[in-house]
Design a binder for this molecule. Structure first.
Ligand code: ZN
Length: 194
């Protein structure tokens, strides 16, 4: 998958934001995803993006930034805090030194419609794509361009009440009430696909 840059409009509110207590855990899940091969690297970036909801009942979240060349070891200034989005108009308002991930709109759509979800981890895995049918994993109907509001809507539509969804010919999104639930679930499904 070629990274084409952030397609939505990212509106910077402030370069700084308070350091949230969940950031260390998010960083360690980035390393974990890297170790499991979920964040393949290519020139100028790496696949996958991970986020968590800062506070239950609110939609703000912390997410990996766009164009990070490796998820092996994430630094604080590679993260962004998203305040809000307009999925229809494809706009995200954020804090940070780096734009939020190219897939921010999908994260926004999930947090606003699924109040039970507090962590959204997107990864790539040929193995999981190949066994999606066998495991009866829910999938988006068709291939939709990455980073668009259209993809965000397709993901929500396919997702329903599930916590794991395949983006057709692309990757997966694993969700949970906690980062641990989202992360462990992806690793468990990968194991079932070997
Ligand atoms: Zn992707």
């Amino acid at each position: 998958m070629v990274y084409l840059g952030v397609k939505f409009r990212a509106v910077l509110l402030d370069q700084n934001f308070p350091r949230d207590i969940g950031i260390d855990e998010l960083k360690s899940w980035c390393t974990e995803f890297y170790n499991h091969g979920f964040t393949p690297e290519y020139e100028g970036g790496s696949a996958g993006n991970l986020s968590y909801r800062i506070k239950e009942g609110e939609n703000q979240f912390i997410i990996t930034g766009a164009g990070i060349t490796s998820k092996a070891k994430i630094l604080d200034n590679s993260l962004a805090q998203v305040k809000s989005c307009d999925v229809e108009k494809e706009i995200a308002y954020y804090y940070g030194r780096r734009k939020p991930s190219s897939e921010t709109l999908a994260h926004c759509a999930i947090y606003s419609s699924r109040k039970d979800v507090n962590a959204v981890f997107h990864g790539h895995s040929e193995k999981i794509l190949a066994c999606a049918d066998r495991l009866k994993l829910v999938q988006t109907n068709e291939e939709v361009p990455e980073g668009t509001g259209e993809l965000a809507k397709a993901v929500l539509e396919a997702l329903g009440k599930e916590n794991f969804v395949i983006m057709k010919n692309h990757g997966f999104i694993s969700m949970g009430r906690t980062m641990k639930e989202a992360g462990d679930q992806a690793i468990k499904i990968q194991k079932q696909c070997i």
